[in-house]
Design a protein around this ligand. Sequence first.
Ligand code: 4NP
Length: 155
Amino acid sequence: MVSVLFVCLGNICRSPTAEGVFRDLVEREGLGGHIRIDSAGTHAYHIGEPPDGRAQAEAKRRGIDISGLRGRQARAQDFAEFDYVLAMDRSNHQNLLNICPADRRERLSMFLNFAPAVGCTEVPDPYYEGGFDSVYDMIEQAAHGLLADIRAKHL
Ligand code: 4NP
């Protein structure tokens, strides 16, 4: 079993979208039994909450349902449990480095490393600025790149 954790700030916009998009892709590829997928936020603001209504609406428009997901906070133990810990932006990456055991740092990377064609390194925070449609597009591209990486290295 390969395991993937998507991480943003609040775990209500970007990372639950990534969780839903990647799970949908993995299931369509018939790999649901091989890849464990979860998401978390670096902060505690939205623990137990469903995804932001705008993220849910964008996902629904694209054909996936993320309404059942609930926010949780990332913790050091996640670096023992997940092979891939994927940060949406630099700030998330730094916050994760702060809780990452020294011998687990290779598990942490930027999600958009898996989508070089997107042309940027961070998924912008849409909470205040909006842009849920372009955020979704970036996440979809990186999800494909991530699955290709997992296939090449683990499956
Ligand atoms: P996310 O977006 O990190 O993509 O879930 C945010 C959600 C909540 C807040 C900021 C960003 N907030 O400040 O509450």
